[in-house]
Design a protein around this ligand. Structure first.
Ligand code: COA
Length: 224
């Protein structure tokens, strides 16, 4: 159990920036930084609490990094129940298209799953069109562990898979534009994706009032 510095003053300078400063650091770097600021009188516990909303939040920052034991792998038939659950959840929430069990089974080789504590906590698949363009579909992360890096890890896994297949471009139609911008996709227009329009959009009830945004990412060639 990690011990936290104890408060001794409440009048050190405000430290509202600390949350941003902690972002991206390793656990030990965070601890060193906070302890150093506290020891140097730059930061009181009160400041730490204010800056991180509460000590609980600080604790979450620590434990989030300590518990980041997740990995992404190829899906297998043993994952089908978990895949169904995840796809169904986000389809009912209106974020993804629903998929039938037999569709998932037939396309199991296209799926990747993110596993944490022996449980599937996220998934997506890479669908390759006749033209060689590919689409990330059925991306979803467990609603209780959002924003902890799982979504990005799944996308990166599929982008590497695309690169190994010499796929030049991967696109997505999404209602989560901020996420796809963060993982290196750029906005495009749906008309630039005739494959998708022919495959799914033509029969979609939302065709005339579609609220999904198209994003695309070019895949650099692999130097093997
Ligand atoms: C979209 C989704 C897959 C993202 O997964 P996640 O594990 O929460 O995202 P990550 O933690 O990997 O986020 C990666 C980056 O994107 C940012 N991000 C994620 N969701 C975001 C959002 N809604 N708004 C702004 N930024 C967001 C994160 O802050 C992180 O930024 P950083 O690199 O600066 O730290 C997840 O929110 C989800 O399952 N949504 C519902 C289903 C869905 O929309 N699927 C996409 C259909 S195409």
């Amino acid at each position: 159990m990690r011990s936290y510095p104890m408060a001794n003053t409440d009048h050190s300078p405000s430290a509202f920036v600390i949350k941003d400063e902690l972002r991206g650091l390793t656990l030990d770097e965070i601890f060193e930084k906070v302890a150093g600021m506290y020891a140097g009188g730059k930061l009181s516990l009160n400041d730490i609490m204010k800056a991180t909303e509460s000590i609980v939040e600080l604790n979450k920052i620590f434990s989030k990094q300590e518990e980041h034991h997740f990995f992404v792998r190829q899906a297998t038939l043993e994952d089908v129940d978990a895949l169904m659950k995840m796809v169904d959840f986000w389809a009912k929430a209106g974020q993804n298209l629903p998929r039938k069990r037999n569709d998932i089974v037939r396309n199991i080789q296209t799926f990747a799953v993110c596993v944490r504590d022996h449980e599937v906590v996220g998934c997506a698949c890479l669908y390759v069109y006749d033209s060689g363009l590919a689409e990330i579909r059925s991306l979803g992360v467990s609603p209780v562990i959002q924003r902890q890096g799982q979504g990005k890890a799944i996308v990166e896994f599929l982008l590497k898979r695309a690169a190994r297949m010499f796929i030049k471009k991967v696109f997505v139609l999404t209602r989560s534009p901020e996420f796809f911008s963060r993982v290196g996709f750029v906005k495009t227009v749906k008309e630039a994706l005739p494959e998708k329009i022919l495959k799914d959009c033509e029969n979609c009830p939302k065709r005339e009032c579609c609220d999904e945004i198209a994003f695309i990412r070019e895949i650099p060639s692999l130097t093997i």
